[in-house]
Write a protein that binds this ligand. Sequence first.
Ligand code: COI
Length: 411
Amino acid sequence: MDCSRTMINDRLHINRLFSPLASNPFFSFSDKRPFRPSSLKFQTQFPFNPSHIQVDTNTRREAVVATTYREALEFADINWDSLGFGLVPTDYMFMMKCSQDGKFSKGELQRYGNIELSPSSGVLNYGQGLFEGLKAYRKEDGSILLFRPEENALRMRMGAERMCMPAPSVEQFVDAVKLIVMANKRWVPPQGKGSLYIRPLLMGSGAVLGLAPAPEYTFLIYVSPVGNYFKEGLAPINLVVENEFHRATPGGTGGVKTIGNYASVLKAQTAAKAKGYSDVLYLDSVHKRYLEEVSSCNVFVVKDKIISTPAIKGTILPGITRKSIIDVACSKGYQVEERQISVEELLDADEVFCTGTAVVVSPVGSITYLGKRVSYGDKGVGVVSENLYSALTSLQMGLTEDKMGWTVELN
Ligand code: COI
């Protein structure tokens, strides 16, 4: 790699993002709210100083224009056809700390890399942490769409309340997401090749020894281009119903996106994968009979064209894709029910599918419960899930008009 070129590109890139010179066509947002980077600071190992570039002003301006034009068209040099759901490190991450007064301020972009954390931090010792997941999609014209970022901001605030953490405001969260996506724009896959997965983290970064909320918090966002979540791609997945382990209990934290909810499913998930299943479907911990969710996504069943999904009652994550699919299905005339669903109903369904930011809409080909395997629709993709997948992803990628007002366009 030519590092000198990278350094100059860094400086021009930073200039492009923040220069007041810039009637900057690369940092305007077409949603109504103005973007104010004033509370955000940019940190880099290479302090930007335009005088380092030894050219006269006109030439420099032309160079900036030429570079920004080139970069706008430029994609990172990776094989876009081989994306799975694995980390591809990108250029920048966003970091913002919470001061003693409980308010977050002075967010900044940093080069993507390892972070420093006290061995005694709340997140490492007591799991005081939350994460979010959302996606940015490339439109056909090269511009970028975010999908419902305010919903993630609100969900993080809800989770933070449960975990005794301060949280960024909705505006701080959404501005930071816009900033990190624009700074990593070249990593947003070409349309049809995947999306940019955005991973906001909120953690107790301050040191504690006795069990207590941490004295300091860090909000961090990193991103990675991704393709399909399951190795099956868009083909139906095979789930096993877990009978011994539970994901959540009433009064616990199942309904918020705390990191511990995900560590606790690894044992059952690893055992299931070793037996060839794609993932695990959990039952409620009280009756051991009603559907909860899959390790990484919500579940829906279809019977006689009626779509049902477990009701949100504190043990199930209120998925943003779940909620969007319910609305899309209603708008298409389907009857949708949020209620208790027994495992017997699951086995008797016409179609089963999962929803989540990472998995999108994933059809289920078979379910195994107590050693008995039930297959759906001759292992094909069900009509309902295909219909909903196509409606949702067309909207997310800007291929159909967004009548819901869910997408936020970044230019
Ligand atoms: C997501 O779908 O964004 C999630 O957070 C699930 C995660 C396990 C990949």
